[in-house]
Design a protein around this ligand. Structure first.
Ligand code: 13P
Length: 237
């Protein structure tokens, strides 16, 4: 073969990967990239500090580590198994542990969105949970958005803390770090991520006046019953 027709190993691998992805697989991976871009567009994340995963067969798809979203292509999305193995090459998000643990432990969850939204992170730096200041707190499945204790990013300790803070809930804060929102679809997880950042913004504003009054446990219970089928929860995936 003519030497100028021999592709370097890297690009040969890239071309093979591209050819192997089915239309459906490509669309699924593209939906993750679109959600990443929309996180930044919506102002709930900046740079490459967030990451997203989506259940896929008996494993999951996850964003690669530290890759700018506007450069990300479907082939760059990483496929992982629950035994911690990576299918093919590429480096998954440094937060693959909590993505994996949440998807493995929570059958109700198909998508995990992690970001560093400014107001959520402000509250998380103060090591506070978001109490029932507004009835929309109940959209995350309880009477507060818990704040998981601090642990170094990418560690099993952080994953354990996140999982505990998410018990019975669909969102949590991570102390001195950011926020996680989960959902039965990427659409619902993204929706909740925006709602939680909105609640955090409201809470930060309230704190300028002092400690805000809270909804009563009776009212929280009342809302919890009504909100279960609200909005994108009941929408087709
Ligand atoms: P990745 O770029 O590895 O996904 O990490 C960003 C981050 O949010 C770490 O918490």
């Amino acid at each position: 073969m003519r030497p100028d027709l021999v592709l370097p190993a890297d690009s040969a691998c890239e071309l093979m990967k591209r050819a192997m992805l089915s239309k459906a697989a490509r669309a699924k991976r593209q939906s993750i990239i679109d959600a990443c871009r929309s996180m930044n567009g919506l102002g709930i994340n900046q740079g490459t500090s967030g990451n997203i995963s989506l259940r896929d067969g008996d494993g999951f798809l996850i964003t690669p580590t530290s890759m700018p979203y506007d450069e990300m292509k479907p082939e760059d999305i990483i496929e992982m198994r629950f035994d911690h193995s990576v299918v093919g090459d590429g480096r998954p998000s440094s937060e693959w542990r909590f993505h994996l643990d949440i998807l493995r432990e929570r059958a109700d969850v198909n998508a995990v969105v992690h970001a560093h939204p400014i107001h959520c992170t402000t509250i998380a730096i103060m090591e506070r949970s978001i109490p029932p200041i507004h009835y929309m707190v109940c959209a995350a499945g309880g009477d507060s958005i818990r704040c998981a204790p601090y642990a170094t990013f990418g560690t099993q300790e952080l994953s354990d803390n996140a999982l505990a803070a998410l018990k019975g809930r669909k969102a949590c804060l991570l102390a001195h770090h950011g926020m996680i929102a989960v959902g039965d679809s990427l659409r619902s997880a993204m929706w909740l991520a925006v709602e939680v950042e909105n609640l955090a913004h409201q809470y930060v504003n309230c704190l300028h006046f002092g400690e805000p009054p809270l909804l009563t446990p009776e009212e929280v219970e009342n809302v919890a019953k009504r909100i279960a089928n609200y909005g994108v929860y009941s929408a087709p995936k």
